[in-house]
Design a protein around this ligand. Structure first.
Ligand code: DGY
Length: 324
């Protein structure tokens, strides 16, 4: 019997690689360098199943070259890197990794929120570079976090996890989202329109997927609506924010600061942002804990096994994948 072929576009944690069923034939040894477009095309042509990452762009023209591919397990909760409709038309199931990265990503949004408002990176640089002049009542003053209003754009799993963490900081939570969400005991989350949210939030945290509707959701007009004392936190997808408009808003004091984990052209970050002290910049670390990355890999394998065994993938995101 032919062994199913598996292509993994990037090196995954060891315990995930060890969990790959023996009956699969790995097409190549996974490496930590992103594949080129032609490598991706060549490997997908021979694969029955693939695990790919958010930086692998799998569009309709790439999918048109596949002949035996049955399932793409995206190693991420967001799947804007894949043309899921084109995949469905070719009968290819696409799956993602929901739930397991919710806490890690929500924790990181809070890390950014605290870091930018309390000037953690600037302060640490003082200490490390030996330029700390000593304690002072007036230097390195940040913005108070406790008691301020937290605004969440997109109240899905991660948005709600960020909101739940606000209880410990006595922060009222307001949100803009497609549905009304029931607040957990002890909290009173209030739904707002996006423009109300922009006006009222002291911290605005983004948790929407990247779609055509959310591309540049936060642009010059939205930034101008925000308080000059407010902070923008983005752990969702870079293109949800118009990065050039954000840069200008940070340079001119339209908003007080930003904490960013994602960028419009990853891994490129605008030179202007690099030069600003009122922004904390992380290299897309939302899900980057060992525990989470292992769970993400195991979910990918579970989805692949389901499809190869003729069952529905538990985390299928592209409807019923039917040959067109
Ligand atoms: C995701 O899964 O979409 C995250 O951005 C990965 O870190």
């Amino acid at each position: 019997m032919n062994r199913p072929t598996l292509y993994i576009t990037r090196l995954l944690p060891q315990s995930v690689l060890e969990a790959i069923p023996q009956q699969y034939r790995l097409l190549s040894t996974p490496s930590d360098t992103p594949p080129t477009a032609s490598e991706l095309q060549k490997e997908l042509l021979e694969a029955d199943a693939a695990i790919c990452t958010l930086s692998d762009r799998i569009d309709a023209s790439l999918l048109a070259h596949t002949t035996r591919l049955k399932v793409i397990a995206n190693y991420a909760v967001g799947y804007n890197n894949i043309d899921v409709t084109a995949a469905a038309q070719r009968g290819i199931v696409v799956s993602n990794t929901p739930d397991v990265l919710t806490d890690a990503t929500a924790d990181l949004a809070w890390a950014l929120l605290l870091a930018v408002s309390r000037r953690i990176v600037e302060g640490e640089t003082w200490v490390r570079t030996g330029t700390w002049p000593g304690w002072s009542p007036t230097r390195m003053l940040g913005a108070q976090v406790s008691g301020k209003t937290l605004g969440i754009v997109g109240m899905g799993r991660i948005g709600q996890a960020v909101a739940r963490r606000a209880v410990g900081f006595d922060m009222p939570v307001i949100y803009a989202g497609r549905h009304s969400i029931t607040s957990p005991p002890g909290a009173a989350w209030a739904r707002r329109s996006l423009s109300e949210l922009l006006m009222e939030s002291d911290f605005l945290s983004l948790h929407v997927p990247l779609t055509e509707a959310t591309r540049h959701l936060i642009g010059p007009r939205e930034l101008a609506t925000m308080k000059p004392t407010s902070f923008l936190i983005n752990t969702a997808r870079g293109p949800v924010v118009d990065e050039a408009a954000l840069l200008s808003a940070l340079q001119t004091g339209t908003i007080a600061g930003a904490g960013l984990d994602v960028y419009e052209q990853e891994p490129i970050v605008s030179a202007g942002l690099l030069a600003l002290p009122n922004v904390v910049l992380l290299p897309h670390l939302g899900s980057a804990t060992l525990e989470t990355r292992v769970r993400m890999g195991l979910i990918c394998l579970k989805n692949i096994a389901a499809v190869l065994e003729g069952r529905r993938a538990p985390n299928q995101v592209n409807g019923s994948a039917m040959k067109g």
